[in-house]
Design a protein around this ligand. Structure first.
Ligand SMILES: NC(=O)C1=CN([C@@H]2O[C@H](COP(=O)(O)OP(=O)(O)OC[C@H]3O[C@@H](n4cnc5c(N)ncnc54)[C@H](O)[C@@H]3O)[C@@H](O)[C@H]2O)C=CC1
Ligand SMILES: O=C(O)[C@@H](O)C(=O)[C@H](O)[C@@H](O)CO
Length: 308
């Protein structure tokens, strides 16, 4: 199998690299310096281990390099950019890759929001550039959104989807790079409503978690929302929708209950404070439970996977 090159040494870069290594694919991680990239080895190997304890027997190599000096692109099946979410940085790196990477090799961006049409605008090899958007933690969550920009070649996108299938991922092909692509749009529609309910004092964050996890969130591990309504019938859903839709939140910016937290640096578990405070011990327990529960969800996904 051809190698995969991951550009970016942060949280997502580590998980993305591990997802390929664990399936026996030669993997390269590139950072702003060779040392920075090499520092990720331990974390990548630990993530690979957590999804396949036998990955080392598959004999795949893990190499590191600096972005500016790397030249061994030739047999790469895919290059994935996953550096910080800044448009100027992504634009600059794609302009550079446009010149340096042979034009038949697909290049994806893991940007959460910047459309590939804009990142690859005016580049001569924009046809092989796509959004390849993962979900956190990237080595565990199966979905990858493959998003076509204005100039992307659908054949190349389909080949990238196939590569992901071979690595245990569930790719979806999104035919236009609208903001948020597919899954993030749906996720943010839910978050807008949830945050509005908190802002208006109608429910606590804890109750929102309980309501989602123990009702439709619980069912979503078994079937998606469309199939669930096929099962329950669309009539009830339509009647409820007519009643509910007019009152749903239509705010166009996140509410102050969250922006105030962000402004004061209370961005969540890694900072020890978000909607609630987290001791080191509580944070470690939550992260462990989170990863264990996500992995357990694989058992559910394995029930009749060809009859989704
Ligand atoms: N964290 C998440 O939940 C998700 C993040 N993403 C996207 O993935 C990308 C990376 O996110 P994270 O890994 O969370 O961020 P991170 O902050 O953990 O890592 C970003 C990495 O980019 C590197 N970097 C910054 N400027 C650079 C430059 N000019 N050249 C090369 N490397 C540079 C940093 O050194 C760092 O290693 C972002 O575009 C983000 O929006 C996508 C899905 C989920
Ligand atoms: O939820 C996720 O893991 C991803 O969809 C992301 O891109 C970001 O983490 C998310 O916060 C942006 O909506």
């Amino acid at each position: 199998m051809a190698k995969v090159v991951v550009i970016g040494t942060g949280t997502m870069g580590v998980g993305i690299a591990a997802g390929f290594l664990a399936y026996g694919t030669d993997t390269v991680i590139l950072g702003r310096s060779l040392e920075k990239a090499e520092k990720c080895f331990e974390a990548i190997q630990a993530c690979a281990n957590s999804i396949n304890t036998d990955w080392q027997q598959l004999g795949a190599s893990l190499r590191a390099g600096s972005i500016a000096k790397w030249h061994d692109w030739e047999d790469a099946a895919l290059i994935i950019e996953t550096i910080s979410e800044r448009f100027d940085l992504k634009k600059a790196i794609f302009a550079d890759l446009d010149q340096r990477v042979p034009s038949h090799i697909a290049i994806g961006s893991n940007s959460s929001g910047f459309p590939i049409s804009e990142i690859a605008k005016n580049l001569k090899t924009a046809h092989r550039m796509l959004n390849t958007h993962y979900f956190m933690p990237a080595h565990i969550v199966p979905l990858v959104e493959i998003v076509l920009g204005k100039d992307s070649d659908p054949n190349i996108a389909n080949q990238v989807c196939e590569l992901y299938r071979l690595h245990g991922k569930k790719p979806v092909l999104v035919k236009k790079d609208i903001p948020g692509f597919l899954a993030n749009r749906i996720q943010h529609a839910l978050m807008r409503e949830a945050l509005s309910l908190v802002q208006d004092g109608i429910a606590t964050p804890e109750d929102i978690d309980t309501a989602v996890r123990y009702s439709f969130g619980f069912r979503y591990a078994a079937v998606g929302p469309m199939t669930q309504k096929e099962i329950s019938g669309w009539e009830g859903m339509t009647l409820a929708a007519e009643l509910i839709y007019p009152s749903l939140s239509n705010i166009t910016a996140p509410p102050s209950c969250i922006t105030n937290l962000v402004k004061t640096g209370k961005t969540g578990i890694n900072k020890g404070e978000g909607l609630r405070s987290w001791s080191h011990e509580e944070a470690a327990i939550m992260k462990r439970n989170y990863e264990e529960r996500l992995k357990a969800a694989f058992a559910v996904l394995k029930i009749a996977p060809d009859q989704d």
